[in-house]
Write a protein that binds this ligand. Structure first.
Ligand code: FE2
Ligand code: FE2
Length: 333
């Protein structure tokens, strides 16, 4: 599929994110290697703790939901947690590990990058297991059932990535993975706030711990990769990145509306509850396209400084300082 020399060239200057004073730190830091799996050994009291971060689900506290009582509020937040667990399982398998599989099988990678990618592949497989098992346990403890949805937005994203075949398949998949891996660690850190039910907070924190290394690794991969890309290859990045960014930064309004309907709200009430979510979605879409176009133009236009940090417009409140396609040493945890 790809020539060996390209693999070496693309990732030759990649430095492992798991090197610590000359030692390999993955065994000490990776959740799969260093921690017991989170199990639920406390009762869930829906009047005292939340199933998802209140700051990320303020709409659940809207008076129309609150009027229905604490169980309705908990059910609406449960919908977000259920989506997080089930959607992330698919992202790990269909986006991140697919990209890693293409990189690992398509390139004769230098040792440092190959070892890091294999560790991340292992982490992601473990995350799927831990989230899946945790979801089943949570159903028993809370009495709520996981809401199995089609995730059409994710299906659409995967279809867009899969439009690329042959020599572009790995780049489309890797671009998408770079976006998700950069965004997920910020989102997880924010989601694991102290008001969240202890075991949920624990599993989010464990995931965030691994993802902070993944974030650093994928950013380094991007830094190593982008200066080597041809004009045509940059067009692949330019096409996939804004679609992925938009997909991952957009609240899933349709699913939120389904949950609000299921607790008994009328359409007019749901419009009021979700009103604050709609405008940011529209402004995000326009800004994201412009940002990626700027990034790629800068990469093409200046051979001496071809990797630039990109701040996600309007994302400060959700993702902190998320830089994509550029990272410095201090981003390594
Ligand atoms: Fe993960
Ligand atoms: Fe990851």
């Amino acid at each position: 599929m790809m020539v060996t020399e390209n693999g070496s060239m693309h990732f030759a200057d990649y430095l492992s994110v798991y090197r610590d004073d000359g030692e390999d730190s993955w065994d000490r830091h990776a959740v799969v290697r260093s921690k017991q799996r989170v199990s639920i050994d406390e009762r869930f009291d829906l009047g005292r703790s939340h199933l998802f971060s209140p700051s990320l689900t303020e709409f659940a506290d809207h008076r129309h939901v609150a009027d229905l009582g604490p169980e309705a509020i908990a059910r609406v937040r449960w919908g977000r947690l259920s989506d997080y667990l089930l959607r992330t399982e698919r992202v790990e398998i269909e986006i991140v590990n697919r990209a890693l599989a293409l990189l690992l099988t398509g390139f004769d990678l230098p040792r440092a990058s190959k070892a890091d990618l294999l560790k991340i592949y292992t982490d992601e497989g473990y995350h799927v297991l831990m989230m899946s098992e945790f979801g089943y346990e949570l159903q028993e403890v809370t009495g709520f059932k996981l809401v199995r949805r089609t995730f059409q937005d994710l299906n659409d994203l995967v279809s867009e990535v899969n439009r690329f075949s042959g020599d572009d398949a790995w780049l489309a998949a890797t671009t998408c993975a770079i976006v998700t891996e950069t965004l997920i660690s910020g989102t997880l850190r924010k989601a694991a706030d102290e008001k969240v039910f202890g075991p949920v907070r624990a599993i989010l924190s464990d995931h965030a711990r691994d993802e902070s290394y993944h974030h650093a690794s994928f950013s380094r991969l991007a830094k190593s990769l982008i200066p080597c890309l041809s004009r045509r290859e940059l067009e692949v990045v330019e096409y996939v990145a804004p679609i992925a960014l938009h997909n991952f930064l957009t609240p899933d309004l349709k699913n939120i509306c389904e949950d609000l309907t299921s607790v008994g709200l009328a359409d007019s009430q749901i419009e009021e509850v979700t009103g604050s979510l709609v405008d940011p979605i529209r402004s995000h879409a326009a800004l994201l396209s412009a940002s990626v176009a700027t990034l790629c133009a800068q990469n093409r236009g200046n051979g001496a400084e071809r990797t630039v940090p990109m701040r996600i417009p309007g994302s400060g409140s959700r993702c902190g300082h998320s830089h994509i396609f550029g990272v410095s040493q201090r981003d390594v945890p």
